[in-house]
Design a binder for this molecule. Structure first.
Ligand SMILES: Cc1cc2nc3c(=O)[nH]c(=O)nc-3n(C[C@H](O)[C@H](O)[C@H](O)COP(=O)(O)O)c2cc1C
Length: 386
């Protein structure tokens, strides 16, 4: 059987060497929006481990939209050189460089996970030092712990949409080839989509068509700047705590496709503090895969599955059975950045070690052939005294 996981995928004019995607994951390591050495090290390591596409973490076109004071920024040109270094490092190891643009809206201004991810009562705004303002479709706080946001005016919304356009120009200059817009996890676009957080009475609120408008206006502005030969992904919460269903997502996905979106990345939740994971729906291997499958079948769009995809054969089965077109791996990549090489070896792909740089392929191949139980000589183990 021909592996699909290790079959390249062509999306518009971009060839991705296999179907393994590094899920976007905040590193909480930027300083005032700027990249640090850790970013290049982290993303470079993931690229040389063999992944097809690396989606750099949620990066902010508006400093008010940062989840934490340590999110990456793209709201001004000064950020381009640091981001360009990440993109060129990823590409130098054969992976495709992608980036996610996000805005946390009413869920912005929080501490990092290891400090509790709690809302910060107040904080100097990133960059300009004034008070950091929370903005959202309506003045409804995410939960009791969060401050109420200010409702965006139409002029604010137009500025934000234009801000996405300017950010895409910077994404292009930095050299990325895939762009993902974050419309999931209860963040700003999702806040517009859901009647739980959007009670506007203008053209951005009320009917489903109006609630979709903000996201779609962003897609249109993004597509104006993003070249026709480069793919656009959107991450959605395919189901949420406020009653949004896979069927709703399929409807949204059809419209997204008509607005130039190529892949719908199917995550879930984030709309309230209450987890959608219940005893009847526990987090287990591939718990969100049915969402990618449902949206793919109902809307006839390409989807990406994510969430506790742990093993190579599990990822292969998701693709072979037509549940998704791409698989995104998050925490397993933190555990083992060589996950693609490891999956290739376990799936019996020819020459699995060829996807990592020579230093690794040479020694890891020998390591794999070593019978450690037989106390190999240093020569057998490929270790020479140098
Ligand atoms: C440290 C960390 C940071 C994350 N940051 C983002 C992010 O920037 N954007 C996003 O859409 N999801 C983010 N996520 C969610 C992941 O992309 C992924 O959907 C989730 O971890 C489930 O996949 P996994 O089980 O393979 O880890 C993050 C997850 C982790 C663990």
């Amino acid at each position: 059987m021909q592996s699909l996981l290790f079959t390249p995928m062509d999306l518009r004019g971009v060839r991705i060497r296999n179907r393994i995607v590094v899920a976007p994951m905040l590193t909480y390591s930027a300083k005032n929006g700027y990249t640090q050495d850790l970013h290049t090290l982290h993303y470079g390591k993931l690229a040389y481990g063999g992944a097809g596409l690396i989606l750099v973490e949620s990066t902010k076109a508006d400093p008010r939209g940062a989840s934490t004071p340590t999110d990456l920024g793209i709201w001004k040109d000064e950020f381009i050189p640091g981001l360009a270094k990440i993109a060129s490092t990823i590409k130098s190891y054969g992976a495709t460089a992608g980036i996610q643009l996000g805005h946390s809206g009413r869920k912005a201004r929080r501490s990092v996970p290891w400090e509790g991810r709690a809302p910060l009562a107040s904080h100097p705004g990133l960059d300009h030092g004034e008070e950091w303002e929370l903005v959202a479709p309506s003045e409804i706080a995410h939960s009791n712990e969060f401050a109420a946001p200010r409702a965006l005016s139409i002029a604010d919304i137009e500025d934000l949409i234009e801000g996405y356009g300017a950010a895409v120009e910077r994404v292009k200059k930095a050299g990325f080839d895939v762009l993902e817009i974050h419309a999931a996890h209860g963040y700003l676009i999702h806040q517009f989509l859901s009647p739980a957080s959007n009670q506007r009475t203008d053209k951005y609120g009320g009917s489903l068509e109006n609630r979709m408008r903000f996201g779609l206006d962003i897609m249109d502005r993004v597509r104006q700047s993003w070249p026709d030969d480069k793919p656009l992904f959107v991450r959605i919460s395919a189901v949420d705590e406020a009653g949004w269903t896979v069927e709703d997502s399929a409807g949204f996905a059809r419209v997204l496709k008509a607005h130039g979106v190529d892949v719908v990345d199917c995550s879930s939740g984030g709309m309230s503090g209450i987890s959608i994971v219940t005893s009847g729906n526990p987090v287990s291997y591939g718990y969100q895969v049915p969402y990618a499958e449902g949206v793919r079948k109902l809307a006839n769009v390409k989807t990406m599955a994510v969430g506790l995809i742990i093993h190579g054969d599990q990822a292969e089965e998701i693709l072979q059975s037509g549940k998704a077109d791409l698989v995104a791996i998050g925490r397993e990549m933190l555990h083992n950045p060589n996950w693609p090489m490891d999956a290739a070896a376990k799936l019996g792909i020819d020459d699995p070690f060829s996807m990592v740089p020579s230093l690794y392929s040479f020694y890891l191949q020998k390591r794999a052939q070593t019978d450690f139980g037989g106390r190999p000589s240093t020569w057998q183990a490929g270790i020479e005294a140098e």
